[in-house]
Design a protein around this ligand. Structure first.
Ligand code: GDP
Ligand code: IMO
Ligand code: MG
Length: 423
């Protein structure tokens, strides 16, 4: 069987959690391959809303195996909070959730280092989620990290050594902090983590594939936050692109099947960094209000703008996207006209590719399309789509040279419309 990958094509928060939940019944396994509790994946069904940070979004659909892969960074304390709340709401996890022993641990001092590095950057700060993501991946790459498997043997010693190293750095930065309480709770959460299936997930996944099982990989963040291909340095610290599923789970590239790229019908970004189609006017504010564009985890206001086809083409290219999924089209239901950026004006020159540097001098060139002015939130089939909406979808498919397979018209699991596409 093949492995399908579902990932964000913009700056995150495209609606990945919702679609993973919708698609899970078609798979045997759902696996997260990168990122950590910087993610906030929202799911809504039966009048309930859940926000998942480290736990895969397949956890609500029957007895599927859910895997936290080696490419993920895990904060035991935040994980415990998430897991205990899910169990309390009647969603048992312990049998269904497997965690890679090779996933790296986010320590309390990683969070402090995240804050210290951001403070040191001043106005140039990345605007991180403050969850210690960058410092944890830094330790991984510099071969100083602690892994989940380390909690099974001599953990106290390893923890003390890593902490001492962090303390030295923080001292040299004159950064003041107090983690006494946090550390106690964190060490307690390590004991909780020991109650889970800690596995060699690469063996498990490849074994399941040999048995004919199917796997859906759930990306976190989005392509424009990828550490190599995103708007560096305003990015996260992992490979959010499709290739990240291979390194973050131990899957050969020849096993990858469909690549589902998710995008909003417009675009958002949270944190600092360039965003060529950002709107600073009433339209941007309207999109934010109608789309409830506030961070699922941090509550931060998301910056809003029109869809950027230049950036999306780039994202489709670096991921090998086979199918697109368009979210939140309902947010544009009331607009008279809708704009789509088809090229950039870079210092007077028209450019239709995503340039090395988008920080300055990049002006979007827009095409304007008529709005559909119809409430689509209760629609259940593409046969009901208004003409102008179909025209918008066809325009996007032509520009992006990729079929749009699913259209989401509201946050609920049920507000999802699959289109008839040829396979
Ligand atoms: P993720 O990080 O990619 O999983 O996305 P988030 O959960 O951070 O943000 C997506 C937000 O949009 C959540 O609040 C979802 O409940 C909501 N959402 C998802 N799909 C739709 C949709 O089609 N329409 C509307 N109005 N909201 C949606
Ligand atoms: P999901 O999975 C949106 C952004 C942060 C910041 C940058 C680096 O819900 O789509 P980090 O804490 O990772 O070092 O922050 O990346 N960021 C996200 N933005 N959605 C996310 O996840 C994000 N995870 C990180 O705002 O700009
Ligand atoms: Mg999110």
């Amino acid at each position: 069987m093949k492995v399908d990958v579902l990932l964000g094509l913009q700056w995150g928060d495209e609606g990945k959690g919702k679609v993973v939940d919708v698609l899970t019944p078609r798979y045997d396994v759902v696996a997260r391959f990168q990122g950590g509790p910087n993610a906030g994946h929202t799911l809504e069904f039966e009048g309930q809303k859940y926000v998942l940070r480290s736990i895969p979004s397949g956890i609500f659909q029957g007895d599927k195996v859910n895997i936290i892969g080696n490419g993920v960074v895990l904060d035991p304390l935040l994980f415990k909070g998430e897991a205990v709340a899910l169990e309390a709401s009647g969603h048992p996890l312990k049998e269904r959730l497997h965690i890679s022993k090779k996933a790296h641990l986010i320590m309390p001092t990683h969070r402090v280092l995240d804050a210290a590095y951001e403070a040191a950057k001043g106005d140039a700060k990345v605007g991180t989620t403050g969850k210690g993501i960058g410092p944890t991946y830094t330790d991984k790459v510099s071969r100083n990290g602690l892994r989940v498997g380390d909690i099974l043997c001599n953990f106290e010693q390893k923890y003390a050594a890593a902490k001492a190293r962090h303390e030295q750095i923080l001292k040299s930065m004159n950064f003041e902090y107090d983690i006494t309480e946090l550390e106690k709770e964190w060490l307690d959460a390590i004991n909780y983590l020991r109650e889970f299936h800690l596995v060699d997930s690469e063996h498990e996944i490849n074994g399941l594939l040999r048995e004919g099982k199917s796997v859906l990989c759930e990306g976190a963040q989005g392509t424009l936050l990828d550490v190599d291909f995103g708007s560096y340095p305003f990015v996260t610290s992992s490979n959010t692109i499709c290739a990240g599923a291979c390194t973050g789970l131990g899957i050969g590239p020849n096993k990858i099947g469909n690549v589902y790229g998710i995008m909003k019908a417009y675009c958002t970004r949270v944190g600092s960094g360039p965003f060529p189609t950002e709107l600073f006017d009433e339209t941007g504010k309207t999109i934010r209000d109608l789309g409830h564009e506030y961070g699922a985890v941090t509550g931060r206001e998301r910056r809003c703008g029109w869809i950027d086809l230049v950036a999306l083409k780039y994202a489709i290219m670096v991921n090998g996207v086979t199918h697109l999924i368009m979210m939140k089209s309902d947010v544009l239901d009331g607009f008279d006209t809708i704009k789509a950026c088809v090229a950039y004006n870079v210092n007077g020159e028209e450019v239709d590719y995503f340039p090395y540097d988008i920080t300055e001098g990049v002006e979007p060139i827009y095409v304007e399309l008529p709005g559909w002015k119809t409430d689509m939130t209760k629609m259940t089939s593409e046969d009901e789509f208004p003409e102008e909406f179909n025209a918008y979808v066809t325009f996007l498919e032509e520009q992006l040279e990729t079929p749009i397979k699913i259209i989401s018209v509201g946050p609920d699991r049920a507000q999802t419309i699959e289109r008839y596409t040829e396979e």
